[in-house]
Ligand binder design. Sequence first.
Ligand code: DLL
Length: 427
Amino acid sequence: MPERIERVPREELRVTQNERLRETVQYAYRTVPFYRETLDAAGISPAEIETVDDLSALPLTTKADFREEYPDGLFAVDDDRIRRVHASSGTTGNPKIVAYTRSDLDRWNEVMARSMAAAGIERGETFQNAYAYGLFTGGLGFHGGAEELGATVIPASSGNTRRQVELARDLESDSLGCTPSYAIYFAETAAEMGVDPRALSISTVLFGAEPCTEPMREEIESRLDATGIENYGLSELIGPGVAVECREAQSGLHVWEDHFYPEVIDPETGEPLPAGEEGELVLTSLSKEALPVLRYRTGDLTTLTYDECECGRTMVRMDGVTGRTDDLLIVRGVNLYPSQIEAVVLEFDAVAPYYRIDLYREDALDRFELTIELEAGFDGDADRLRAAVRKRLANALSITPDALELVEYGTIERTEVGKVRRVFDHR
Ligand code: DLL
């Protein structure tokens, strides 16, 4: 049974959100010079923000703001109140450093425990945590949540995969936390070791931190004979623990809106979009002490659904994030997200869940090369498969690669630590 707060009538939730929003805006204005300056520049007084309906008057906060305020310009408390920092690396520029007070850490444990419970994890179960421990928020975020929930944590961290398989087998792990790409790699390594991954006791995979298409989720579920539950979050807001799928419905991720208020905006105009329309997710923290964030542009594309969920939770659901505004590839004038390619390619049984996209510029023209891996023991007709993949890509995405290479199983480099990288834009 979900906690009461997860099931409160929406009007009641709204009262809590409004109260917390007023406090957060006043607090950020008072304690963070950056917010004081941006609100002043926009001619807005914190007192004007009375309810979440007034939010759109506030300026948006961006990744660039985090980078410019590196390392601690956005912190709202004195150093002696900070108990921990994490960082999110990103591909360019300064990392984003994020901070937590004791009460932020407690709240993080609470939302993570709530997420894990929604995923169906129970007290007393063994949770193998293969998210990286360290500056990345995944490892310690799940660790704290599992302890708070009363599960036994195996703090395996990422990498060392053969060892992980032995641990899962010998300690009979009930659930595994890791990125979707690592879940596949874990299953593959088990099989190589002669351990049947489906016979392991893992019944839930808490995946997240990377996009995961439906065919990729099916791969994870079938390779491990487990239920895959998607987790979403980002360091700037807290880490994992912002939203999670419920095990009951597995239909969208419930956003813990009593702590993180979501909006969806048109990424081009910045205007808020009505529920049900896809756009960029913007989040406002409602209870953070060390690092309050107002209207943060996540760069993640999603849709919000306020319909009732069959699990009884009243908190809004977001769709799984399959694209980021900065992942958009423009190839010969066609807009393309890597996940769209993944969704098409993985529909073919003969294709393993490994691929890479290389983009070049040749004589002022884009060149798009796609490399996909064949399933182990493939003995079909490669030319026919290649033609079929090309045809499906052309139909679904109006683009075909200039070169489509099919490579033997095991050729594409595996990612054992960190987030997988599949796009190499050499332009
Ligand atoms: O990835 C937090 C996390 C850890 C979430 C473990 C879930 C599980 P960052 O390293 O700051 O934090 O990266 C945040 O990763 O803005 C998304 O673009 C992406 N991301 C996170 N979860 C998902 C997901 C963690 N379920 C960035 N689907 C976010 C797609 C995701 N993308």
